[in-house]
Design a protein around this ligand. Structure first.
Ligand code: SF4
Length: 334
């Protein structure tokens, strides 16, 4: 992370982790196929340590432990193969506790992320204004880690306000080289989160600021991953296979529910390891023509769907078989 490494995409697990199950591993595998590089898990108590540790040992993606207040949790989770700790040295307590964490993290090759979050600034930092306060707060935290000889540091400066996030990250980047995890925190439900994050993060990324990205959305983790992946792809910052979905908004001529079908198949499509332009269109009369430049598409009428390639219909199926038939055709498309 950092330097010339590609910008990585991350999300945060959205529920307590009390046991490791096959379904969690399958979901992490799916995240990886969709372009996720890193997943962060909260470790709020002792009973969360062992499941996360066991998961880290078999996970298809590197895992990060997010710990506040209790240094014993940080010490315990580092017995397992996690790649990064997210802590605030300021709330870990006595200096010797931070020193022990630094020593063990250094020994195990584990990075530490420290962060300035607008919502949890100390009064002395808040008085400086949100952006300056966040920058000063992380500088202080970096100073604490460095005092203990620790250098493998990642930094984040996040606010739910776009301007404050931009300003804080620019201020920090002027004087520091540490890899930056960027995001607009608590950005809200899907639409406002996407707009705020696109405006804020594209501003930073276009200036070369940002080494890892999370788009925080009150929605699924898959949606966060897709949002980050799409943003990086649109900015030309993500290389490799790219699936583009063209789907019509529907109108008075709609005979096929494009909204529902796109939702049903999008995770499978975005997990493909090939570049493809896919169309999901609302009517068989206009749809194939409107999506002529798509590699492969689908539309329907009543109980029947049609699958088309480059504007020409190649298959008809019952509506109930639509997803299976469409994914079959995509799998065999080359
Ligand atoms: S494809 Fe058909 S349903 Fe969709 S917008 Fe065009 S005309 Fe309307």
């Amino acid at each position: 992370m950092g330097g010339d490494a590609p910008i990585s995409i991350q999300t945060m697990w959205d529920s307590p982790l009390h046991e490791v199950s096959d379904s969690i591993l399958v979901r992490l595998q799916k995240f990886r196929a969709m372009g996720c590089d890193l997943v962060r898990f909260a470790v709020p108590d002792e009973k969360s340590v062992e499941p996360l540790g066991r998961l880290a040992a078999v996970s298809p993606l590197p895992l990060v432990a997010d710990i506040h207040f209790d240094y014993r949790l940080a010490m315990a989770i580092m017995d397992y193969p996690i790649v990064k700790l997210r802590i605030n040295p300021g709330n870990i307590g006595a200096d010797w506790k931070v020193a022990e964490i630094c020593l063990k993290a250094k020994d195990r090759g584990i990075a530490i992320r420290v962060g300035g979050n607008a919502g949890s600034l100390q009064p002395k930092h808040r008085e400086m204004g949100v952006a300056r306060g966040m920058a000063a707060s992380v500088e202080e935290q970096i100073g604490i880690l460095r005092k203990h000889g620790f250098e493998n540091i990642v930094v984040s400066l996040k606010a739910s306000d776009t301007e404050a996030t931009l300003e804080a990250n620019r201020l920090f980047r002027k004087n520091h080289d540490e890899p930056l995890h960027i995001g607009i925190t608590e950005a809200g439900p899907l639409v406002p989160a996407l707009i705020k994050s696109t405006l804020g993060l594209s501003g930073l990324l276009n200036e070369g600021i940002g080494d890892t990205v999370r788009i925080s959305i009150s929605d699924t983790m898959e949606t966060e991953i897709l949002a980050a992946r799409e943003l990086l792809a649109q900015l030309g910052l993500r290389k490799g296979p790219h699936v583009e979905i063209i789907s019509c908004p529907r109108c008075g001529r709609t005979e096929f529910d494009t909204h529902a079908f796109a939702l049903e198949v999008q995770d499978d499509l975005y997990a493909l390891d090939k570049s493809l332009k896919v169309a999901i269109m609302g009517c068989p009369v206009n749809g194939p023509g409107e999506a002529r430049d798509a590699d492969i598409g689908i539309t329907g009428s009543g109980d029947v769907v049609v699958i088309f390639k480059n504007g020409t219909i190649i298959r008809r199926e019952k509506l109930c078989n639509a997803k299976t038939a469409f994914l079959e055709e995509i799998a065999s498309f080359c």
